[in-house]
Design a protein around this ligand. Sequence first.
Ligand code: NAD
Length: 415
Amino acid sequence: MSKENVWEMTLKRLDDTMTVLNLKPGIIKYLKEPRKIVEISVPVKMDNGDIDIFKGYRVQHNTNRGPAKGGIRYHQDVTLDEMKALAMLMTWKCSLVGIPFGGAKGGVVVNPTMLSERELENLTRRYIYELIPLIGPEKDIPAPDVGTNAKVMAWIMDTYSMAKGYVVPGAVTGKPIELGGSQGREEATSRGAVYTILAALKVLKIDSSSLTTVIQGFGNVGSNAAKILYDLGFKIIAVSDVTGAIRNDKGIDPYKLDEHIKKNKTITGFSRAEEMEPSELFKIKCDVLFPAALENQITEENAAYINAKILAEGANAPVTPQADPILKDKGIFLVPDILCNSGGVTVSYFEWVQGNLAYFWSKRKVNLQLRDIMEKAFHETYNFSVDKKLDMRKAAMALAVNKVACAMKLRGVYP
Ligand code: NAD
């Protein structure tokens, strides 16, 4: 399935959910449509003295439960359909974990590794400047996603604050700690995902000592999950990134791998593991498979080869709807994306609260509150799936969509 279809795939998942919920056609239509879509041409002064133009987007899917919230992606394959899909997933994610945000997503069609730091800063500042009327702590709060990081969030905070004439820490999350970022935000998506994996092991009655894990993607989400799982005693037996894949059945030390990638900019050439074909990664027998790269990685072509007990979706939409029934037939326990990776937006919420109040929490408090929210969301989803005889994806979607529909009905349609 091509990336362009990710929007259709997300709509299909919503349609599937409607078979569980008893909602009026008008409400379904309302939930399918993003509230606002902005397309921007971003001119950037390049280091060679010329100007280049990059296409940027921001999509706000829904704001019934609070301001829109969602990451900013810098990637050469960004499309408007992808932004619409990811914005909608953010709405469901915030709803499922019960934090008072709607969903948004933004992105720029750019390969950030091809830009100098100055070009990247110019691009970020101009893109955000164009969005200023639409974003802000009460309207829409950006965060990091693929290809963006704390440094980019610092430029966003500065650009927004300069335009307003005062410091606005609540305008963006995922900032450096020195600028009002939250303790624990950097690894929050991964930590949250690990809490859901541990909860899944518990309900499945699998002993969590010396379990094996395979991880696709070694960026923010993949590398931090690898480190947290490794520290808990899991064996990381294979890892891939966009440059290749490696395997060692005795286990890979993710800290050493991180050092290697920072130095060499590629996963290949790591002396403590063997290189392998990336397409073979999903075939490796493991206890926990953790896709943490991009959408549409597990499809009807490769789903049948998956040999994992638990598939925890660190990435957004890594499994296509066609692959879902294949995985279900194989008895693989799914922790769906809107549950599994919602730790990031949860700690972003904590960061927004802390920034707005100018009162900052300890890492311990952040992690404890994160654990409470993730465990509660997991058990609500699991119990609902058992009660209603639904798979975990449908259960998570039904709970999330129902809460948004309820908020929408209570508020009514203006005017
Ligand atoms: P990132 O840019 O830090 O890392 C992405 C990783 O994926 C990199 O290691 C890259 O090399 C790898 N990758 C890209 N294409 C690949 C391919 N074809 N095969 C194997 N590896 C590939 O991004 P991230 O922030 O870690 O995000 C990863 C996923 O998690 C995305 O789906 C994102 O939407 C989702 N997510 C991120 C956050 C967050 O807080 N960063 C929160 C929720 C969900």
